[in-house]
Ligand binder design. Structure first.
Ligand SMILES: Cc1cc2nc3c(=O)[nH]c(=O)nc-3n(C[C@H](O)[C@H](O)[C@H](O)COP(=O)(O)O)c2cc1C
Length: 182
């Protein structure tokens, strides 16, 4: 796939089926994440892969957090089902190293870039992905389950799998709304 075509036309599809990427394809996805811009060479990334039983473990973590907030049944049901929208979920964590010149913000951005790079690498190999977040990724129960310390932060859940339909066309946006010259 042409790199520019990928950059200009990638879309998200909110529900994915098996197969999930595996073997070399999955390795490429992780390696793409490891190519995220990295100020100071701090490698501020952790990728926690859930599939099969791992999806159930992720659901259990989210349900525990929702219950800790006395959430109503509808919310608990929603988080219980959320991880099963794809055969694989990669929880992407910014692993922050305190540094004089590289604030936590930049390390969070770097982990965000990793999510995007991995989503692109999935699409480039005929898989699909979508990025989800939500308040639970800031919850202490979830932080503890993923052993987050200090300024560490989950920056997203990258759902990966195979699309059952063709992605929608990208919106045609008027560049002049977004671009100005100084
Ligand atoms: C940090 C971040 C978190 C996101 N979290 C969610 C989310 O929780 N739920 C959601 O529907 N979309 C979320 N999105 C947006 C989708 O991933 C997606 O970009 C959006 O639906 C537009 O689709 P597209 O990628 O095809 O343009 C998030 C995007 C980013 C950058």
């Amino acid at each position: 796939m042409d790199a520019l075509d990928l950059l200009l036309n990638r879309r998200s599809i909110g529900r994915l089926s098996a197969p999930a990427p595996e073997g070399k394809a999955l390795e490429n996805i992780i390696r793409a994440g490891l190519r995220a811009p990295d100020h100071g060479g701090l490698t501020p990334w952790r990728f926690v892969i859930s599939q099969g039983e791992g999806l159930q473990k992720l659901a259990n973590i989210l349900v525990k957090a929702a219950k800790a907030e006395n959430s109503d049944e509808a919310v608990i049901e929603k988080v219980k089902n959320a991880p099963f929208r794809a055969p694989m979920v990669i929880t992407v964590i910014a692993k922050v190293t305190p540094h004089d010149k590289v604030p936590a913000f930049e390390q969070h951005l770097s982990a965000g870039c990793a999510v995007h790079a991995m989503q692109m690498a999935a699409v480039a190999q005929d898989y699909q992905g979508f990025w989800r977040s939500g308040k639970w990724m800031f919850h202490q129960e979830v932080r503890d389950a993923f052993h987050l310390k200090g300024d560490d932060q989950i920056v997203g859940f990258l759902y990966l799998g195979t699309a059952g339909c063709t992605p929608m066309k990208v919106p045609d946006r008027d560049l002049s709304r977004f671009v100005e010259f100084l």
